[in-house]
Design a protein around this ligand. Structure first.
Ligand code: ADP
Ligand code: MG
Length: 728
């Protein structure tokens, strides 16, 4: 009998919901473990407080002399909350967060000890983190990496450790993490967006990008998850036959949340509250055992940190509830995968959401300016935006039936389509007073504050306008949002910069009024970016054909999609904005193709191992039972045994055929892997893994899954889909 599987099943069936204590009002515990404004006011001197707030609001540098005061305040606050250690919390290019804990505890000369946390330790550290991927940056410069405090994201306490969000850079200044380019892109966006916003309101001095992510995930009983080596080692099932019932009935979506899961969610949300992560909604998703949560949106850098922190917290809290969280984009074949929608907008320091239609024609012209510029930016950089969501695991999702296609397009809804169609007809040159009045009254003035399409939006679009924000829906559920956000911020920053130049040029050289100039430039942008707008079914084949005609890219796998990341146009884009230099851009490409190859390599090894060491021996065991049976029939019936043993003989042969296909498939896959491993160039190697190794996965899996249907359930060693997906 398949001992592990049945033990795990027994364990999972005996689970009870783990009790959770919840405060009556969440607001009471919100951000209790965050060194935010309230804690700073209490624990910092006036000068220190002002200097940190100034750094947060205006990006000013914190005086080194004040750093000692700030660190002491932070230490006192965190010790009062039970912290014993501190760590710089950073985002190396592995995609997750990293930390190295140091105790506050220090000995002093007289042999006694104190708790100490100096300004130097707050501001900068040199973790010996030489094993993180760096794409050659550190080899080239033989420089050490160091972490430096990012005051715009507040310190927090996780367990008994004070965590200080930091950037991670090489000694020469090259970024070794995701946060640094994100911060630079936010700065670039702030600069160009503020300049443009000043056309409409001189009082605007700062613009933040806002991000509200929606996180999808699967929750699997921990014993069941542990019984599957593929889930443990690759985060997804590499084989497994679809259950008789999947998601056809849509009975899981928005259904009642199972009580064990609900307790996990409540517990996790409590933790989030303490950490100041403003989680707001929770519900079942489409696939069985799939769920989603979303927070209230925040400034993008903070939101990125909070998403990473959340993923960490979810894993920890899940353990308490005997669950394993699967963030993988496609943990199960045949049912929906998971994404992480990135809702993105721009907000001014005067409190205006620039992507929200307003109540006056002037406000709407401002809205249209940012709206059209974003569409133009996506149009001009669709391939780069596609590249930013490319990973081995997201490849399973993009282009499959339930996820946006690998083609980037923009959905804006019928009302705004009409508005843009009207704007396209605006006179070339100066506008007559009648035309302007007409425009203001009937086009710009008529954009309602609440758009109908907001509720009835196109779920198949990878980049949809949803009333007061754009929603990038193709991001993978495992992704660090910093990556797509850096691209989006950068392309919009560049676009707005160009817009400003063009408008100013018309005002200066063509003596146009500001409004006329804006209308003129927008008209051209609308024309230029028509091909990116698509309102139809993004999952359909017709769209794939249409997209080719429109000249849109459709890069279906990661190595192909990543090419644009090191193109000259990308290097120029980032260099022009000061987001990344050539070395940083190329290093990232190198890391990503390497990571891709490693990912496929690991999956190939795990699949080969499971198929050869678990599936084939099990099939043989069952085949032997059948053989014994046939032998018995022969004993009883003599030559007549073929009549009674016909089906058994058939199954015996079928099993042998499947075994043969699996075994030869594995042998061929290993050969392909060996060949791929000899390739020096990382990109070429990634292509070899993609085109030569990966195709064997399907073949091997197919025959394993067929065997699963044939072999006695009692013998089958791998926990089945129906058990993984319908137990909680
Ligand atoms: P849904 O998309 O599920 O209908 P909402 O449209 O209310 O729900 O919001 C989805 C997500 O969009 C939430 O995480 C929310 O915080 C975020 N969001 C709402 N407004 C903005 C904004 N101005 N900027 C960024 N994110 C936003
Ligand atoms: Mg959603």
């Amino acid at each position: 009998m398949a001992i592990l599987r049945f033990q795990a099943l027994k364990e999972s069936l005996n689970r009870k919901p783990v009790p959770v204590e919840e405060p009556a009002r969440r607001s009471e515990i919100f951000a209790q473990n965050v060194f935010g404004e309230k804690a700073m006011r209490q624990f910092l001197t006036r000068d220190s407080y002002k200097s940190v707030m100034d750094a947060i609001k205006n990006g000013s540098k914190i005086d080194r002399n004040l750093a000692d005061h700030i660190s002491t305040g932070m230490k006192e606050w965190s010790i009062s909350k039970g912290a014993t250690h501190y760590t710089h919390w950073f985002q190396p290019l592995t995609g997750s967060s990293a930390e190295k804990h140091d105790a506050f505890f220090e000995t002093v000369e007289d042999g006694s000890a104190i708790e100490k946390f100096g300004g130097g330790a707050l501001v900068q550290q040199e973790p010996d983190a030489s094993s993180f991927p760096n794409g050659g940056i550190r080899n080239t410069f033989e420089a050490r990496g160091y972490t430096a405090w990012d005051p715009t994201s507040p310190a927090f306490i996780l367990g008994t450790t004070l965590c200080i969000p930091t950037v991670f850079v090489a000694y020469t200044g090259e970024a070794l993490d995701y946060k640094t380019p994100l911060l630079r892109s936010l700065q670039a966006l702030d600069q160009s967006a503020t300049e443009v916003a000043k056309y409409f309101d001189k009082k605007v001095t700062k613009i933040n990008a806002t991000l509200g992510w929606e996180q999808e995930y699967f929750l699997i009983d921990s014993a069941l998850a542990s019984s599957r080596p593929d889930i443990l080692l690759s985060g997804r099932t590499l084989l497994g036959h679809s259950p008789a019932k999947g998601q056809q009935l849509d009975d899981h979506y928005f259904g009642a949340i199972p009580s064990r899961v609900l307790n996990f969610m409540r517990d996790m949300e409590n933790e989030c509250m303490l950490l100041g992560v403003p989680v707001k909604t929770r519900h079942n998703e489409v696939a069985p055992n799939q769920f989603e949560l979303a927070p209230i949106f925040e400034e993008a850098n903070l939101a990125v940190d909070h998403n990473l922190l959340l993923m960490d917290v979810m894993e920890k809290v899940a353990e308490r509830h005997y669950f394993k969280v699967l963030f993988h984009e496609k943990p199960f074949a045949g049912v929906n995968g998971s994404g992480k929608h990135n809702n993105w907008s721009l907000s001014t320091d005067t409190g205006v959401n620039l992507l929200s239609p307003g109540s006056t024609p002037m406000k709407n012209l401002q809205f249209l300016t940012f709206f059209v510029n974003t569409i133009k930016a996506v149009n001009d950089n669709e391939e780069l935006l596609r590249a930013t969501i490319a990973t081995a695991s997201n490849d399973h999702r993009l282009g499959a039936n339930e996820a946006p296609p690998a083609i980037i397009s923009v959905f804006i809804g019928s009302q705004l389509t009409e508005v843009l169609d009207e704007l396209e007809k605006v006179t070339d040159g100066k506008l007559s007073p009648q035309e302007k009045t007409e425009l203001k009254l009937n086009v710009v003035g008529k954009i309602p504050e609440i758009l109908l399409d907001n509720t009835d939006r196109n779920r198949t679009s990878p980049f949809a306008f949803t009333g007061n924000k754009f929603e990038l829906r193709a991001v993978g559920s495992t992704a660090n949002c910093a990556n797509p956000m850096t691209v989006l911020n950068s392309i919009v920053a560049k676009q707005l910069k160009e817009f400003k130049v063009e408008v100013d040029e018309l005002i200066k050289n063509k003596k146009m009024k500001k409004d006329d100039a804006i209308f003129n430039v927008l008209r051209e942008y609308i024309k230029d970016s028509k091909r990116i707008r698509f309102e139809g079914d993004g999952y359909g084949e017709a769209w794939e054909k249409e997209a080719v005609k429109r000249g849109l890219s459709n890069n279906k796998n990661t190595p192909e999609a990543l090419k644009i990341k090191k193109a000259q146009s990308t290097i120029d884009l980032y260099a022009g904005l000061g987001v990344m230099n050539k070395v940083e851009v190329e290093a990232r490409h190198e890391i990503e193709v390497e990571e891709y190859a490693m990912h496929i390599q690991i999956e190939g090894r795990v699949l080969g191992d499971i198929a050869r060491n678990h599936v084939i021996p099990t099939a043989i065991k069952y085949q032997n039972v059948l053989i014994e049976n046939v032998k018995g029939l022969k004993e009883i019936y003599g030559e007549n045994f073929k009549k009674y043993g016909k089906e058994q003989l058939g199954i015996i042969e079928t099993i042998s055929n499947h075994i043969e296909k699996i075994n030869s498939g594995i042998t061929d896959m290993i050969d392909a892997r060996k060949k791929a491993n000899k390739i020096e160039d990382s990109e070429e190697k990634a292509f070899a893994y993609c085109n030569e190794v990966k195709p064997f996965f399907e073949v091997i899996r197919y025959h394993c899954d067929k065997l699963e249907l044939l072999v006695d359930d009692e013998y089958w060693p791998l926990t089945k889909y129906r058990e993984l997906l319908f137990t909680n």
